[in-house]
Design a protein around this ligand. Structure first.
Ligand code: MG
Length: 433
């Protein structure tokens, strides 16, 4: 790796004659077209609640926001690592800036910082142009983006079929009126701990779904019974998607996929690899996908378009779920969606932990996706005070399972320094300075 460029500061730009904010009727700042180039003057990261928040400042007074998944408190120094690589660059040349840092990232979680920086660059580019980010990505294809429920959750009482039925009944009744609900089963759930003899191996404790191995016949039947119980509640009113692993062996994955074929589930997600798995195994996915009519889904942990290439070109899955906060950003996700559409593959982006700035990024990019778009995974602000410190979101955010695409410049949301400062840690006190 070569040495980073000097961190001594931005290159001095020309005075910006039209660099001013004009008050709107609501008293909020709006943005007018800027003279280019703009220059990046600072890159900062604060952990607000559990989400890393990226703040990029410019010599034009425009601030860009980005956000990474919670709970990634360890990302702060990783974000700051990229600062000398982008200081002084014109943030509106998003791709040119990304070329300086994109190669210094990796699969989840180590593509998160790069991804959040890319969001902030688009936010600045949109504000500088006076346009929402979706306009810069080619314009919106849809006025409302569909979301699916992966984040509105209620405590589960156990792992029996009745527990699963009760759980989706509560989610079906939630005010967002989601048209697709995702539930966690098998290796992606507590079932292995709550139900004895699900697998032949030992059940492990540890970080993020550590188990893998052959299911017992009893275990497979239990999981199928849970899926049937959920479908009995949801019927054909609400689609059921299933987050399954990783951890399944291909033979068991195919057995489950074939067993649920009559139930028309939306997809089976991350059975073989996924979550934090730092590799793809496209050829093994292909063996399963091509032997069943049940749609197979993966991709939330994958970084960059190059790592989707084999998955897409070999038609190894039916649906992919890149997360803009892990894949390398908004434009990376847009590019992958277009390439997937050329190969008959659908899009259901991951997003559950992306927070409210991440939500804005998802709305902007998903508005521009081709007709292979299904829905993105709706992130919930945690803790709930996040809704008090972000301006620009509609209220309610989700109506009938849809979010109306907003037209404010950039990502269209602003973090309020006045209200957010109270939640900054001692380490982050200078974040808004
Ligand atoms: Mg998942």
């Amino acid at each position: 790796m070569s040495n980073p460029p000097s961190a001594s500061g931005p290159v001095a730009g020309q005075p910006l004659a039209d660099d001013r904010r004009a008050p709107t009727e609501a008293g909020q700042p709006t943005y007018r077209r800027k003279s280019f180039p703009l220059r990046i003057t600072d890159l900062r990261c604060a952990i607000i609640g559990q989400n890393p928040v990226v703040r990029i400042t410019t010599d034009a007074g425009i601030v860009g926001w980005g956000e990474a998944e919670n709970p990634k408190h360890y990302l702060k120094p990783h974000v700051e690592f990229y600062k000398p690589y982008i200081l002084g660059e014109d943030p509106t040349n998003v791709e040119r800036v990304m070329q300086r840092i994109r190669r210094i990232g990796s699969f989840k979680p180590w593509g998160s910082a790069v991804s959040a920086i890319e969001m902030a660059l688009w936010d600045i580019a949109g504000k500088a142009a006076g346009l929402p980010v979706y306009k810069l990505l080619g314009g919106k294809v849809r006025d409302h983006v569909r979301v699916y429920n992966g984040g509105v959750r209620f405590p589960m009482t156990g792992s029996s079929p009745q527990d699963y039925a009760d759980d989706v009944a509560r989610m079906k009744a939630s005010p967002e009126r989601f048209s697709i609900i995702k539930s966690s089963i098998g290796f992606h759930s507590a079932t292995l701990h709550n139900v004895p003899n699900m697998i032949y191996g030992e059940v492990r404790e540890g970080f993020h779904h550590p188990n893998r191995g052959p299911l017992t016949e009893r275990g497979l039947k239990h999981i199928i019974a849970c899926v049937e119980a959920m479908k009995a509640v949801l019927g054909d009113e609400v689609g059921l998607a299933l987050d399954c692993g990783p951890g399944w062996l291909p033979t068991d994955a195919l057995r489950l996929a074939r067993a649920v074929e009559p139930l028309n589930v939306m997809w089976l997600e991350d059975m073989l690899t996924g979550d934090y798995t730092p590799y793809v195994m496209a050829d093994v996915y292909r063996d399963v996908t091509h032997a069943t009519s049940t749609p197979i889904h993966t991709g939330e942990q994958i970084y960059l378009r190059q790592n989707f290439r084999e998955l897409i070109e070999s038609h190894a899955v039916n649906i992919i779920g890149p997360d803009p906060a892990d894949v390398g950003g908004i434009a990376e996700l847009k590019w992958i969606a277009e390439y997937a559409d050329l190969h008959g593959i659908l899009m259901a982006p991951h997003g559950i932990f992306d927070g409210l700035i991440g939500l804005a990024a998802l709305v902007q990019v998903c508005a521009t996706m081709p007709d292979n778009y299904i829905a993105f995974e709706y992130p919930v602000g945690k803790p709930a005070w996040w809704y008090d410190i972000v301006d620009g979101l509609p209220d309610p955010i989700v109506k009938d399972g849809l979010i109306e695409v907003w037209d404010a410049p950039g990502l269209g949301v602003e973090l309020s320094p006045d209200r957010a400062s109270a939640y900054l840690s001692a380490d982050d006190q200078g974040f808004f300075d």
